[in-house]
Design a protein around this ligand. Structure first.
Ligand code: AMP
Length: 259
């Protein structure tokens, strides 16, 4: 019996990766006023992998659906439209207003969407570049009691066996793991290079489904467990000095007590 994939791709709206983050005046987070936002780069890679699974297995129609979901302010609709323009079929915005939901809360809401969508493969980014939590996929796997493969650099699906093989980047090498569906995968940087959406597809995406729900509709407890006490910039790096020779370098290092 062959298994078709119903893929869920959670995509987070974050400060654009090209923007240099600055700490806000209240020192509670990163300044978001007047800053460009985009889809989190690792989520873009997750979406690309879902699209490639569909394209590379067209003959067998391996991928039945690709659903993008984002939890965030109503402006997160923009990243969902971007996902739809790239090739996702449908999307859901979980409108959390100005509340920044922690990974546990996000995972609980994703679990509800997974139940509703009957997803059997969830591909997430390994981390969101705004909070660098690197937790949501792992917590979600725990809540669902599904196998997980984090930091994927290669994904292969055996349709007949309903099994997924994932190559993971680990310190000093790679690890290959396999698990039966349903499962959770988080993506590493080298998994693929995301595509750009074409103008006709951007236009077509405006008509694709984008459902808006509230956290309360999902009945998930998203209360924060953590209090952010302070966010601060790293210390400013001191300017270096150019020395004339290796001997001078060594004597200066000795004087400074560094060797
Ligand atoms: P994190 O655990 O916050 O570093 O995020 C890891 C991944 O979880 C992201 O790359 C997304 O795929 C997913 N994720 C986290 N927060 C959200 C969110 N608010 N909306 C949608 N997906 C999210």
């Amino acid at each position: 019996m062959s298994t078709k994939l119903r893929i869920l791709v959670p995509v987070k709206r974050v400060i654009d990766s090209a923007v240099r983050p600055r700490v806000n005046k209240a020192q509670t987070g990163v300044e978001t006023q007047g800053v460009k936002f985009s889809m989190n780069p690792f989520c873009d890679i997750a979406l690309e992998e879902a699209l490639r699974l569909r394209e590379n297995n067209k003959a067998s129609s391996l991928v039945e659906s690709i659903h993008a979901v984002s939890a965030g302010p109503s402006k997160a609709q923009e990243v969902l439209r971007a996902a739809l323009a790239k090739g996702a079929d449908e999307s859901t915005l979980i409108d959390t207003g100005s509340t920044d939901v922690e990974p546990l809360g996000v995972a609980k809401m994703l679990k509800k969407i997974i139940d509703e969508q009957k997803s059997n493969l969830v591909i997430l980014g390994k981390q969101a570049i705004d909070n660098d939590s690197n937790q949501t996929g792992q917590i979600l796997a725990g809540l669902l009691n599904w196998p997980q493969a984090t930091n994927a650099s290669k994904v292969e699906v055996d349709e007949q066996a309903g099994k997924v093989t994932v190559t993971r980047e680990i310190d000093g090498g790679v690890e290959t793991v396999a698990a039966p569906l349903p499962m959770i995968i988080t993506t590493d940087l080298r998994l693929n290079e995301p595509r750009y959406a074409s103008l006709p597809n951007i236009m077509k995406a405006k008509k694709k489904p984008l459902k808006v729900v509230k956290p309360d509709d999902l009945g998930a407890d998203i209360a924060s467990r953590l209090e952010i006490l302070k966010v601060s910039e790293p210390p400013v790096r001191q300017a270096g000095e150019i020395v004339e020779s290796t001997d001078e370098l060594i004597s200066r290092l000795k004087k400074a007590g560094a060797v």
